[in-house]
Design a protein around this ligand. Structure first.
Ligand SMILES: Nc1ncnc2c1ncn2[C@@H]1O[C@H](COP(=O)(O)OP(=O)(O)OP(=O)(O)O)[C@@H](O)[C@H]1O
Ligand SMILES: [Mg+2]
Length: 476
């Protein structure tokens, strides 16, 4: 190395160390927010590590409740942070130290999030908590998801005097999030969008009320399903004591319109207090989150409606069909988890290979068949009850309506009543018979298919799920 180079190097080193020192001085510029945090923690906050904790967007209400509980006795109420959109891009440390921006305490930003089918709760969207936890100061920055700024989940940043305190704080926080959760015992659907009375993707639904008498199935079928889903839960303690597993997977299969969804709705009405997550069609992609939630909230039910629709769809994280992700989620839960998975399909053939390749996930498969003549009579009587039809006319209609379903019976009665109403008179046996003629007419084949039944719309001989008389799970 010659002198000139040596000279240059030493100048350069001096220059670099000045740059570094300058940066250190600048980064120690506490913002007004930094001042109150430093006051509260009572230590030089430049040296304290912050822990970041992410949460799914729909758990912010729970997180907010847990933080409110943790800060219940705190003398310092939560504060907001000034700084508009800029703060959205910055970590807590950057809000506390900044030579350029004067981030200051300000009024809190709130957000209204659903906490029930018809209720909402005001939660902190961006705010700083100062909490005394086990006698030690802990500072928490609470932020809602901000997808437009790239933050898809909610987030907490925790600052305390040592990581030990922070992690014990997080443990207690997680415990409270679970025990205070507004999702517990509710019926939810995951939509991935924020419409409806939705908690950022999780929408609260009313629990259906469907009596056993409203579900007309061959003798013993409903009882078998209820026993597996409800009965096992009721005997939870005894089964566990005897070393038996609680987790169960139920497959309901059969032609469109035969009452699979209706059966599920009955199960939901029998299990108040049980958390239920309903996934249909494309929302089945949220199976992993749903299974996680179910495990945390058990007893829980996860319903996967029309699961054949995802049989060939690729998974989120690789080439495996989504259906395998569903079956793996079932497998991923501990056996002693009080969680029921209910799968429905009207194209069971499509699932067979996947179910065979991943055996043991489904421990009860029940066919919900096309009603035979006996069941059809019961169905027709059920939907005609309270109307002035003669029992003979009802039975005669049921006998004629070969290969039709419950949804057909319901629609038939409606048409008869409608046609009488249009003529401004009481409905008669004649109306029933005429409506049946119309629906059985060859020209009405498509209408009959739409109501579900033995006829097919597809070349391969299976009716397609989306053509079934689909009833949303929680409609009344
Ligand atoms: N077994 C039944 N007992 C009483 N009503 C029924 C029955 N089956 C169908 N229905 C009536 O038809 C409607 C549609 O039935 P449901 O939605 O349960 O069919 P599904 O089997 O789920 O069909 P898909 O395969 O198309 O989803 C029900 O809400 C109910 O009114
Ligand atoms: Mg259905």
């Amino acid at each position: 190395m010659d002198d000139i180079t040596r000279e240059f190097l030493s100048t350069f080193q001096r220059f670099m160390s000045e740059v570094v020192n300058q940066a250190a001085v600048e980064s120690s510029d506490l913002t007004p927010l930094g001042v109150i945090v430093q006051d509260f923690l009572g230590a030089d906050i430049a040296t304290l590590p912050a822990i970041t904790h992410g949460l799914p967007a729909h758990r912010l209400v729970d997180a907010d409740l847990a933080l409110a509980e943790l800060g219940r006795d705190s003398e310092q109420p939560p504060v907001g942070v000034s700084g508009g959109q800029q703060r959205e891009h910055l970590a807590l440390s950057e809000l506390l130290f900044s030579p350029h921006s004067r981030f200051s305490p300000s009024p809190i930003d709130y957000l209204s999030i659903a906490d029930g089918p018809e209720t909402t709760r005001r939660v902190i969207a961006f705010g700083l908590h100062r909490i005394l936890f086990e006698g030690r100061p802990v500072v928490v920055l609470e932020r809602a998801a901000q997808p437009q700024f790239g933050r898809v989940g909610a987030q907490l940043e925790i600052l305390s005097l040592d990581t030990e305190t922070s992690s014990r704080f997080l443990d207690e926080f997680s415990r409270l999030v679970l025990s205070l959760s507004v999702l517990r015992g509710k019926v939810l659907s995951f939509t991935g969008n924020e419409y409806g009375n939705s908690s950022a993707g999780a929408t609260f639904l009313h629990r259906p009320t469907v009596e056993a008498d409203d579900v007309v199935l061959p003798p013993g079928v409903l009882e078998t399903v209820v026993r597996h889903v409800v009965g096992i839960g009721e005997q939870r303690e005894r089964l566990l004591a005897a070393g038996q597993h609680l987790k169960r997977g139920v497959l309901l299969y059969g032609p469109p319109g035969t009452g699979k969804t209706l059966t599920v709705r009955h199960l939901l009405s029998r299990t108040s207090g049980t958390t239920a997550v309903l996934l249909t069609g494309s929302s089945i992609q949220f199976i992993t989150q749903a299974a996680e939630l179910a495990r945390a909230m058990q007893p829980a039910i996860v319903v996967l409606e029309d699961v054949d629709l995802v049989a060939s769809e690729r998974g989120m994280h690789g080439p495996q069909p989504l259906l395998f992700a569903v079956l793996d989620a079932l497998d991923g839960l501990d056996g002693d988890a009080d969680v029921t998975f209910i799968l429905t399909t009207n194209r069971v053939q499509v699932l067979e290979r996947a179910l065979a390749e991943r055996p043991g996930r489904v421990d009860l498969a029940v066919e919900i068949p096309l009603p035979d003549v006996g069941s059809r009579r019961r169905l027709f009587r059920h939907y005609a009850s309270g109307l002035p039809f003669s029992p003979r006319a009802i039975d005669a209609a049921a006998d004629r309506a070969v290969e039709t379903t419950g949804s057909f019976a319901k629609e038939l009665v409606r048409r008869a009543v409608l046609s009488a109403a249009e003529q401004d008179r009481v409905v008669t046996d004649e109306d029933l018979s005429t409506a049946l003629d119309e629906l059985l007419d060859a020209g009405a084949q498509l209408a009959r298919n739409l109501l579900g039944g033995g006829a097919t719309l597809e070349q391969d001989g299976h009716s397609h799920g989306s053509w079934g008389a689909y009833t949303p799970l929680t409609s009344s």
